[in-house]
Design a binder for this molecule. Sequence first.
Ligand SMILES: Cc1ncc(COP(=O)(O)O)c(C=O)c1O
Length: 440
Amino acid sequence: MAQETAQQIWERHKKTIPGGVMSLNRMLDPMRVFTKAKGAYLWDHEGKRYIDYHAAFAPYVLGHCDDDVDEAAIQSIRRSESLIGAGTTPWEGEIAELIVDSVPGLEQLQLTNSGSEATAYAMRLARAATGRDGILLMQGGYNGWGDYVAFNLMDPKEALGNHKPGEEYDLRPITAGIPQKVFETVHVVEFNDLEAAEKVLVKGEVGAVILEPILQNVGIVKPKPGYLEGLRELCDRTGTILIFDEVKTGFRHSLGGYQEICGVTPDLSTFGKAVANGYPMGVVGGKESVMRHVTHADPAKRVTIAGTYNAHPLTVAATKATLLKLRDPEADVYGKLYSLGARMEEGLTEIFRRRNYPTTIVRQGSAFALYFMDHVPENWADIARNNDAARDVAYRKALIEKGVFQFPVTTKQGSISYAHTEADIDRTLEITEEVLNELG
Ligand SMILES: Cc1ncc(COP(=O)(O)O)c(C=O)c1O
C-alpha cells in the first residue's frame, strides 16, 4: 500500500484534532509529519532529513535527544523515581541550587511545567507583592498564552495605526476568550521606548512590567543601550516589579541568562526551554523579598502554587544533566555555540551582500535572525513597516524544500545547537546560495 502523504495524515487528524495539530503555532503550509529528531537534524515521515534551526521554538541548546540528557531521564525512570507527589525529593533541591547558583537575579525559585505557567505565576507574585493589578507588556513581545499576556504580537502594519513614540498601544489580543475585565489591567508600549513606559508606570497602577530582555519572538530585537537600566530605575522609582521573561534568552546566551550579560537584575525572572533541553520545565525565581509571598504568613498575601506534575523527577533529571553539561568547562558549550553563530552570521552576510535587495542579520550568540530590510530593527513596528515578509516566507519555504528547516513564518529566529557542526553550517550556507539563485 502506498505511504500516506503528509496532507492525508493531516486531513485524518483534523477529524479528531481541531486544526490537525496540537499547538496552533505549529501549523505548516504545506503540512509535514515529523517522526524523528537527533542532534542537529529532523526527519519527516518519508525519511527526508533536514538540518534544523527551528529547534522546536528554541529549547534545544544541546541538540535534539542529547545522549547525556536522555540517559539521565532514563536512569531516573530505572531508579523508580516516580512522581511521588508528596513532600520533597532530593533532586528538586539539587536543581534549585544549581539554577540559583547560575543566575544573578535568583535567590529562590519554584518550578512549573512550561514557560506560560511560569509567567502567569510571576505576575501573580508581583500583584501580591505590590497590591496592584496592572501589567505592562511590550509590543512584539511574547510571554506565553495566558490571559494577561496574549496581546500585541506581530500585529500587521495596518493595525499599528497612527501610534506615536511615547504613547501606549491599543490592545490587540492574539486570542478570543480573554475576559473583558482583563483588558482594563493590561497596557502595551513599544520595546525600547522608555518614555511610553514611564507615562504608564508613574500612574502607580501597574504591579509588573514583564518583558523579554531581547525580543526573540520577532527575530532578535536588542535593547538599546540604557533601556533595561532605565526600566530598572523606573520600576524602583514607581514601586513596580520588573520581570525578565528569559524563557527564550535564558541558558541559551549564557548560564546566567541575558541578565548576566546586560548586568541589569530584575526582581523576578522566568525560564523554560533551554534549561531542560526539550523536557517540559519552567522556572520562576527572584528576590527573596518577592518569593516570600509563596509562603507568606498572611494568607491574604500568599500566592498559591500547586501542580501535580511540578518538579517531575524525569524532567528534573533532564534539567540537572542539561545544567551540568552547560557548566562543564571541557564541553565549552557556550564557546562552541558562539563560534558557530559567528560562522553562520559571516556566511549569511557574505551571501546576502551580493543580492539586489536589502537584508540585515542580527545575532545573539547561537540565535540569529535575518530581516529583509536595510537596518537593524529597534522594535516590532519598525519590522512590520519595513521587513519584506513575503520574500522572507518564500525564502524559508524554499530552504525547507532543500533540507534546511527554518520555521516558515517571517522573522522567526534560527537557533543553532551544540550538536551542529561547522560542516552543518557550511552545508546550510551552500543550500542558502542555491535557494537564492533559484528565487532570484
Ligand atoms: C519569551 C517566552 N515566554 C514564554 C513562552 C511560553 O513558554 P511555553 O511555550 O513553554 O508555555 C515562550 C514560548 O515561546 C517564550 O518565547
